[in-house]
Every structure is written in C-alpha cells, then in structure tokens.
Design a protein around this ligand. Structure first.
Ligand SMILES: Nc1nc2c(ncn2[C@@H]2O[C@H](COP(=O)(O)OP(=O)(O)OP(=O)(O)O)[C@@H](O)[C@H]2O)c(=O)[nH]1
Ligand SMILES: [K+]
Ligand SMILES: [Mg+2]
Length: 440
C-alpha cells in the first residue's frame, strides 16, 4: 500500500455525482490543522456533530455550510485523528472542498482502501474484517449482505481467535511434558492431547462444511443456459433479465460469446449465462463459441438444457430439461421433448415463473448453510484445511510424539494467524485492500 503513515489522507467517501449530501473523510495527524484552516476559530468537540461554514483558506470565500464530526485518536475508524465533513452533494461543492483539502499542508488524496489499511495497521480491524467490508460494499443481494456484515463484524476473527487459543493451550501442555515417558501418567497426557486436537478439529470441520456454499454466495450461483441452436436460449435470458441483453434472431448460430447476467432470486445472487447453440459448426468462430458453451456448462452449478422438441438431444446429466416455445400450437407445434420437466414460452411468459422458482430453490440449496458460515473465501478455506491436516496427523499417530505434536499445533495455530492477517499475508494484502474504493 502506497504512502507513509505520517501523511494525512482525505477522500470523498460518498459516491460521486448528483446527491443530496457528500461525505469527506480525513485521517492523520494534520486533520485538526486542516479543520482549523477551513473554519478559523471554530471548535470541533470530539464525536460531536458541529455545523459550520467552511471557507477556502486560499481565497477566504465560503465553500458551503458543513456538518463536521471529529473523532480523536484512537477512537476512530482508522485509529488516527479523523474528521468527517458532510457538505452539499453534486459536482461543484465536493470539487471545491477536494481542492481546498488537497491544498492543506500535509494532506493528500487517499488511495483505494487506504483508510481500512490504516485501520488494519492500527489494530482496528483484522484482515478477515477488511475482506468482509469489501464484500459488504460489493454485496448485491440480501443474503450476500447478511454474510458480509457478519464477517465484517468479526465472526471469523472470533472463531479463529478461539481456535487459536485452544491450540496454544494444547501446545503449552505438550511442551510442558516434552517427554511423556518422564511423566507419571503418560496415558492421561496422551489422552488430553488427543482430546484437544479432536476438539479443535471438530470446530475446523464445522467451518469447512459451509465454506463452499459461503464462497458461492459471494460470487453467485452459476446457471448456464445451453442447448441446440435456435431453441430460444437468448430469448429466455432477455425475458428473465427484463432487457435486451443478448441478440436474438431466427438464424441458428446467433450467439457466440457466453453472455452473463446477474439476477437476484429470493435474495440470493444467481449468474445466468447464455451460450452458443451446441452443434457441429463449420464456422471456426462458431466452433469456438460451442467450445466455450460446453466448458461453461461443465463448470456450472446448474445447467438448463433448452430444447424446442425438434428431435435434438444431448443434455448433460443433472441438467434441467426445458421445453421452449410452448406457445406454438397446432401445425406449428414441435413434437414433445423427452424428459422435459418444464415447458416455457419466452414469448407469452408462460412457465417462466415456475422455472425461476425451481432455479431459486436449487440456488438457495447451494448457498444457504445450516449454521452461519464463517469461511467465505478460498484463502480462509485453504488455511483451515492446512490446520486440519496438521491436527489430523496428531490423531493419526499411534503414540503421541511430544515434539511432533507441538509442531503440529504450532502449524495449525499459524494457519489461524494467517486468516486474521497476523502473519504471512504480505502477498494477499494488496489484493484485499485494493478491492475497497477510495474513501473506505
Ligand atoms: N414462438 C416463439 N418463438 C420463440 C420463443 N423463444 C424464441 N423464439 C424465436 O426463436 C428464434 C431463435 O431465438 P434465439 O433466442 O435467438 O435462440 P437461441 O437458442 O439463442 O439461438 P442461437 O443463439 O442461435 O443458438 C427467434 O426467432 C425467436 O424469436 C418462444 O417462446 N416462442
Ligand atoms: K438464433
Ligand atoms: Mg442465442
């Protein structure tokens, strides 16, 4: 992360553009001096909203009436001197305030995520909470928000800390009796070490059990719309999206690139992917489209296999078979599709609600967890899996070798430290904090 910590940073924390209010944040040692320059003579008591007219120190001209809240260090978001300035939104007022702040001695514009970065450095939040915060900003559905707010609130940190404390206890026990043969009751010691490893392992397994579902909730449940050409795949995508996302036409082979649309089903994020119609294509571009379609269907959480009943099949196992164009009747009506559980018409909308309900049911199944999930990223899952195998190695041994057991407990505890960012995270810090926007 760029910049020295002795710098004072500022940024517009609210979105840019037409808005009632714009919020600026300042953090760092020059914060109080900057406020004094903007409002000479004014007093800004700690943690109190104060209404003042701010003036541009360069010209003495009024900038705007502002609501200012000062947070004295260390009781602030970053742990430093912080101020929040609320002014009129829109373009001109925030731009003028940004100019005045940039000109203030010792102030510079913050980098993306730099406020959170300082909070992390000052022990105000751990790495998992920063990840939760980034997820919260990115959350698009209610279920994503619920999960992110839990992690941002420290649910994973607390779990890691509890597991780590138990592991350090067990390690201390083992180290205190480094050679069990010297101990009066070696059997009992072995038992207590095994029990400690077992307890931690169970807790880690509980976390791992919901990890995949929680990760899927962050990224969305992927539903691929596949099938032969011209059966109405793109028309269905447009009908669900409620807009013309994909080109449709009576010509087979219209869609080439996979087209993604994110939708909210029952509060859960679902990514619908329209794909090229699958056939033996002569055109090399269409061939590539078909290759991508097959690949996406293979990687999907769920495949919808659309068919208009014209005797073309090839649905992959596990796919939902959907008979399309059910509005066509009489001489136009194609023969029925074998095994179709759903009949839809993208033209009349018939059957689409039922299909969406079936997709939502599967999506919720794939993302909801019995217990509130705490492992929400691959990074967390990897660390827990490493701790798991270290503890499993203790339990697998016929007799407990004190030194080996101590080392295994240490490895498992270090994995917990990595999740919260206490150690060994240099390579992931940049990626995590740069996900946050300027002003966070
Ligand atoms: N009557 C009727 N026609 C439909 C329906 N859905 C799609 N069509 C028509 O079927 C033709 C093909 O539709 P597309 O959505 O382009 O089909 P596709 O499966 O995406 O085709 P490719 O991308 O070429 O594989 C178009 O002429 C659509 O208007 C439907 O529900 N009823
Ligand atoms: K088409
Ligand atoms: Mg298409």
């Amino acid at each position: 992360m760029a910049g020295k910590q002795s710098d004072t940073i500022f940024a517009q924390a609210s979105g840019v553009g037409k808005a009632a209010v714009a919020v600026f944040r300042i953090s760092g040692p020059a914060c109080v001096a900057a406020l004094a320059a903007l409002a000479p003579g004014a007093v800004f008591p700690d943690r109190t909203a104060t209404l003042r007219t701010l003036t541009d120190p360069a010209t003495g001209e009024a900038l705007d009436r502002a609501l200012v809240i000062r947070f004295a260090a260390p009781r602030s978001f970053t742990g430093e001197e912080v101020a929040e300035i609320h002014v009129t939104g829109g373009r001109a007022v925030p731009a003028a305030l940004a100019r005045a702040l940039a000109a203030a001695p010792g102030l510079r514009l913050a980098a993306p995520g730099e406020f959170a970065w300082r909070a992390f450095l000052n022990g105000k939040m751990d790495l998992s909470e920063a990840e939760g915060l980034a997820d919260l900003v990115e959350a698009e559905t209610e279920a994503q928000r619920r999960q992110a707010v839990r992690i941002a609130g420290g649910a994973l940190r607390r779990e890691c800390d509890a597991i780590r404390a138990a592991l350090l206890d067990a390690m201390a026990t083992v180290e205190a009796q480094l050679d069990f043969s010297d101990v009066e009751d070696a059997d009992l010691s072995e038992q207590s070490v095994r029990a400690a490893a077992r307890r931690a392992l169970d807790r880690i397994d509980r976390g791992l059990a919901s990890a995949r579902s929680a990760e899927r909730l962050r990224t969305g449940y992927v539903v691929v719309i596949a099938g032969p050409p011209n059966v109405g795949k793109s028309t269905l995508l447009n009908a669900i999206a409620g807009r013309d996302v994909a080109i449709t036409s009576p010509f087979a082979g219209t869609t080439r690139d996979p087209i993604e649309v994110a939708v909210d089903l029952a509060g859960y994020p679902v990514v619908l992917v329209d794909t090229a119609g699958i056939r033996d294509a002569a055109d090399p571009v269409e061939q590539e489209g078909v290759r991508r379609a097959r690949q996406r269907a293979e990687d999907a959480d769920l495949t919808l296999w659309l068919d208009d009943g014209l005797g073309r099949s090839g649905a992959p196992g596990g796919a939902l078979i959907v008979r399309t164009k059910s509005d066509l009747a009489g001489a136009d009506a194609p023969p029925s599709t074998d095994g179709a559980e759903f009949a839809i018409s993208a033209k009349t909308g018939q059957g689409i609600d039922r299909l969406l309900a079936a997709i939502a049911e599967r999506a919720v199944d794939g993302m909801a967890t019995a217990e509130p999930a705490v492992l929400t990223a691959a990074r967390h899952r990897d660390a827990f899996a490493e701790a798991r195998s270290a503890l499993a190695s203790i339990l697998a041994a016929d007799t407990i070798e004190a030194e080996l057991a101590a080392e295994s407990f240490r490895i498992a505890a270090a994995a917990m430290d990595r999740v919260v960012g206490r150690i060994g995270v240099e390579d992931v810090l940049g990626a995590i904090f740069s996900r946050l926007c300027v002003g966070k």
